[in-house]
Design a protein around this ligand. Structure first.
Ligand SMILES: [Zn+2]
Length: 78
């Protein structure tokens, strides 16, 4: 699983849309991070992994619950 930083990975809630400094640098940097995240997720899923991604701002208990649900579903007998 991954916990993505809101700033670095372009969170829809906290990601910045404009930058006062290095206005050319940050949007492309963050866009590259997001594209890499997507590729990583897709590659792992193709290899049979269950990929869970959460945002830095998400409630920890909900994240734990989501993980538990996935683990329970994949380990319980059919
Ligand atoms: Zn966020």
């Amino acid at each position: 699983m991954f916990i993505d930083g809101c700033f670095w990975h372009g969170c829809p809630v906290h990601g910045r849309k404009s930058f006062n400094h290095n206005a050319d640098y940050w949007p492309s940097k963050i866009a590259a991070n997001m594209a890499r995240d997507k590729n990583t997720t897709e590659e792992l899923r193709r290899s049979g992994w269950t990929v869970l991604r959460f945002w830095e701002h998400e409630d920890a208990e909900k994240v734990v619950e989501a993980i538990r649900n996935v683990v329970t579903a994949s380990t319980s007998p059919p």
